[in-house]
Write a protein that binds this ligand. Structure first.
Ligand code: ARG
Length: 588
């Protein structure tokens, strides 16, 4: 369906044409003075320059034409040359009728679907998920859902950190503890046990222990580096250990992400890119892009227009070891080969921006991506505590994601139990759903690139711009619809009628914005636009609800129209929260 603003602009365009002016001036926008009008057209101001006339003259002539349009209820030319517009109630309700009939609430599917890889999550195996990984998961999941809803083919890849010294450290520590295991016996040729020689709890303890010890004990570190080298050069026992580490870790990660309502299509990691490195590097050398500088193999990526220094992209260290950059470049090679994406979006902490500038430039320069493939960095800001510093536990350590969610759920549970009496089990189930909305909405309602303050109290409040407020609104609608149906009638869409009050019109106008908002949220990879929209929509609904006796009215026709309006509002809100990655309970 065309967007409301497109339809109104088309009306204005023909009015300009009919009045003898270029139709390009007929652009209608939302009013920035909602106290005066609903929409406005400022085209006469610009046209005045071309036609050397006073803007008000043009505005008056156009307004007269527009007065004949069925789309508008009221048209006013005001000094110095604005055209203030109010939409016609039937025109608006017809538009909503179209939304009700359309299976996608008026959102068109992309005509030429793109293949988009989204690289998000980025957890490191054998380390517990911590708050640093929360934003990537939440934002990436929403960006993925929005792009999919827009009709694109989207592949979400978790891109595990499963390569490098951390693996050697774990192997070394395991060997210290359980030297008798067959993985450490270089002569062993038999089958290795199918069962991993550790649990997730042990694994999570092993890594920090090993990491701390390597900083104090040079021999230990040397051993870990040697183990890393042997692992990377195909030592069978170590590769089997690596797959055990991956299995145990990934099982745990999947459980954690499931709690966040986050799902990945691919569980690939840095290790999957390694086989692509040798050929890639060889080609970069052959093509004359990679050269040796200070013993390392590098590619220059600086550009004349740079205002800050962009250091060369390092491919191989003097000892031949590859780096984070090399892995990301090889991952691009792999993704191009396997999925031919039109776009790769990286949802990563914005402090890694320089790394991605180097990687993207190097990939372009060396021809790793096609001309048409876009590489996008969606860098997010830091989640801070109330003190304005990166979020920590009370003891000052890195906060595990699990604990953070637990804190939120407990807070939510208290609030829910205080609001009305219910069984503990029911309250817990509701607290989990609402708690997730608190965390996700609290994050997504900020522009991704900005830092924000994680405020449990504010996020879990049912008032203000919060997830729970949105859910309360949805639950309120569901409850009205349920009560209506309890009288033996069917709450059906398809009856939205011309608004009977200002608050009803306000709600209808918000609903009509939906497809435009989804389009903007997709184009700008901006879930915060959806949040801002549902906050306005929820406010418009609540205003209407407080001013209207929906169930109490005697006027059955009006009631049927309102019930339809509620159905539509519920669909739009539920679609939006699904795109944000959370859901609403039946009751609260
Ligand atoms: N594992 C990395 C980290 O914890 C994030 C990975 C981001 N994605 C990427 N393709 N580099 O910092």
């Amino acid at each position: 369906m065309k967007k409301m603003l497109e339809l109104l602009s088309a009306e204005a365009a023909s009015a300009f044409r009919a009045a003898g002016y270029d139709e390009k001036y007929g652009r209608v926008t939302l009013s920035n003075r909602p106290d005066l009008c609903e929409y406005q057209c400022n085209g006469a101001m610009a046209a005045a320059k071309e036609y050397h006339k006073a803007p008000i003259m043009i505005a008056q002539a156009v307004a007269e034409e527009l007065g004949r349009s069925e789309a508008f209820e009221d048209v006013q030319a005001v000094n110095p040359g604005f055209i203030n517009l109010k939409v016609n109630e039937s025109f608006l309700s017809d538009y909503l009728g179209g939304m009700e009939r359309d299976g996608r609430l008026g959102c068109e599917k992309a005509e030429n679907p793109k293949t988009i890889v989204i690289d998000y999550g980025g957890p490191n195996v054998a380390k517990p998920l911590h708050v640093g990984h929360l934003r990537s998961a939440i934002i990436g999941e929403s960006v993925k859902r929005i792009a999919r809803f827009a009709g694109h083919k989207v592949i979400g890849d978790v891109h595990l950190g499963d390569w490098g010294l951390q693996m050697g450290l774990i192997i070394t520590e395991l060997r210290e503890r359980k030297p008798q295991l067959p993985y450490f016996d270089g002569q062993y040729e038999g089958e290795y046990p199918a069962e991993a020689p550790f649990t997730i709890a042990e694994l999570e303890e092993i890594y920090p222990t090993a990491s701390a010890r390597s900083k104090e004990d040079a021999d230990y570190k040397e051993a870990a580096m040697q183990a890393t080298y042997e692992l990377q050069h195909g030592r069978r026992g170590y590769q089997t250990l690596l797959s055990h580490i991956l299995n145990v870790s990934v099982t745990d990660l999947k459980r954690n992400y499931a709690n966040l309502n986050v799902e990945f299509d691919l569980w690939k990691g840095e290790s999957d890119a390694q086989p692509y490195i040798p050929d890639m590097v060889q080609k970069m050398k052959d093509d004359g892009f990679a050269y040796v500088s200070d013993n390392a193999l590098v590619v220059d990526v600086k550009e004349e227009t740079d205002t800050k220094e962009v250091p060369p992209c390092m491919l191989l260290k003097s000892d031949g070891a590859s780096l984070y950059t090399t892995t990301d470049l090889a991952t691009i090679v792999e993704r191009m080969k396997l999925y031919h994406p039109d776009e790769i979006i990286y949802v990563v902490d914005k402090r890694q921006e320089m790394h991605f500038v180097q990687v993207f430039r190097c990939a372009r320069k060396c021809g790793l991506v096609d001309e048409g493939t876009e590489l996008k960095f969606l860098g997010f800001g830091t989640m801070n505590g109330k003190d304005g510093k990166p979020f920590k536990t009370r003891e000052g350590g890195v906060m595990r994601l699990e604990y953070l969610l637990k804190d939120i759920n407990e807070e939510m549970l208290k609030k829910i139990q205080a609001s009305r009496p219910m069984e503990t089990e029911e309250a817990e189930a509701i607290a989990k759903i609402v708690g997730l909305s608190a965390v996700k909405y609290g994050d997504l309602s900020n522009q991704a690139s900005k830092d924000y303050i994680f405020d449990v109290d504010r996020f879990t409040s049912s008032e203000g711009n919060t997830g729970p407020y949105i859910l309360y609104t949805i639950v309120r609608i569901k409850s009205i619809l349920r009560k209506y149906e309890e009288t033996g009638r069917q709450a059906a869409a398809g009856n939205v009628a011309p608004a009977r009050s200002a608050s009803e019109k306000g709600l209808q106008m918000e609903l009509a914005k939906f497809n435009g908002v989804v389009e903007a949220a997709y184009e700008e990879s901006a879930p915060h636009k959806l949040c801002a929209y549902i906050y306005d929509l929820a406010n418009a609904f609540n205003k209407f609800y407080h001013e209207t006796k929906i169930l109490g009215t005697e006027d059955e026709e009006a009631q049927a129209a309102w019930i339809s309006l509620l159905c539509l509002t519920r669909s739009v809100l539920e679609t939006c929260i699904d795109l944000l990655g959370f859901e609403a309970p039946e009751k609260m």
